[in-house]
Design a protein around this ligand. Sequence first.
Ligand code: FAD
Length: 482
Amino acid sequence: MQAADKKSVAIIGAGIFGLSLAVALRDKNYVVNVFDRNVYHENGYDPEGDDVQAASVDLNKIFRASYGTKLHYQRLAMESRNAWMIQDNKRGFLGDNDENGGRLFVNSGMLRVQPTTHLDTLEKETLANMERDGLRGTQFVKSSPNDRERAESLGWKAKLLDFDIPETSPTQTFDAVLDSLAGFVRCSSACTYWYDISVAKGVKFNFGKEGSVESLVKIPCSAGTLKEKVIGLKTRDGVIHNADTVVVAAGSFSTQVLPELSYHLESSAGSVASFKINPSQKDLWDKYSPEKFPVITWKASPRNRSGRDTGSIYALPRTPEGYIKIGFRGIKFTNFQPAPEGATFTQDGKWSVPLPADECKTLPEPAMYAMKQFVSIFLPEFEDVPFSTTKLCWYTDSLDNSFVIDYVPDFAENSVFICTGGSGHGAKFLPVLGEHAADILENGDRSTTYMRTFWRWRPGMPRRNGLEDGPGGPRDISGEFA
Ligand SMILES: Cc1cc2nc3c(=O)[nH]c(=O)nc-3n(C[C@H](O)[C@H](O)[C@H](O)COP(=O)(O)OP(=O)(O)OC[C@H]3O[C@@H](n4cnc5c(N)ncnc54)[C@H](O)[C@@H]3O)c2cc1C
């Protein structure tokens, strides 16, 4: 195919998935039009904006390459890490330079704090896979004298922090593994940067009312199939935009854009809170800086005395603005509402969709409880301090936690492509995700990306990963806001 023959693609969603794909498709000479109802060209993906609902619009997200047995994601993360560094270098941030908090990827390290004084099974698997890929030297086990020595010689020892296990006498500390490959990415800044790259490469953006997609435009297909063909999309201002392929990259709103996705994806909420400090609080400002404080993750899997699972919480070092962000993912909350007619899969006639933005500021009680416990152990100076912000942030969960990047077989002539299903770990892949996705869009089964098998449309896969729960269970918070 000659460059001039390349297809036109309309991408719904200018978050991380949409942006990354847009750039990669432009590099392959496609005509690319991106649609988003948010006015990112005006608000610059402002993470403090109140009404923006997009997982990509955020201060920061964790970067890790530790993926347990999922070596393909470990490999993709390493590819992405390299790409983040190249972009930061291009932007003038060489080595560890993070002047004015300007880097996009910060290699602060990540301390994976264990539930007990020992390493748990997943941790042992992760270390074994790191060993297999020649990366074990980047990991430091707190309880290992050899690793401590290595950490010291490589300048990482100060981040092998001790945290006391409550109610132990004599006091014991949690074991932990410091991952020196890890850190965080400045999500909103990265989106702004990729938006600018997209514009410079000739991607066209439609924002606000002109970018808000109301429906896909379908016609019967002439080629002897009952399937319909999508020929474009209609925006809220009434305009129809034609495209050879429409890509749904609408994050946790994807099922609402295309109800045919309802078996494959579910929207669920992570709980996020923050404390704000200012430079005059010098001790705290220094202690929680990325230079001194790693990303902390903690899985309190042994249940507490009342049988409650408070696990899976994380905190990130303070931002240049002074925010220390904490996230709870021990329970991903659902919001089951009556599903529309086009939904191909429902549970008791319902599906889980994001709550309206103004109902996302209050965190459910189990999240508050778990976060307060976490704060008392890991951020003790804040034990009695109220959170500065609280927010439910919506995941797009897939059946197995892997992304969904493929043509939707319900439509004829490869007219609809889906690129979403971030399942709480997509942000770190922004620099490389689009190249792999564009390979699939261009070549389908002939694509050569090693992620093809994992990202394909998976109709036969059982509903797992919490998607089997349905309405009315302990994760469903729809009743709380009725
Ligand atoms: C609480 C939480 C914590 C996370 N932590 C991490 C982490 O530590 N590390 C990591 O790597 N990843 C993390 N992730 C995952 C990561 O943030 C996501 O995978 C990624 O941001 C998803 O990007 P997206 O483009 O698919 O979706 P989004 O960012 O949600 O973007 C979708 C876009 O589609 C637009 N849209 C929706 N409907 C329409 C419509 N009808 N018309 C026009 N536009 C529309 C929206 O406005 C939005 O801009 C986390 C996610 C959450 C929720």
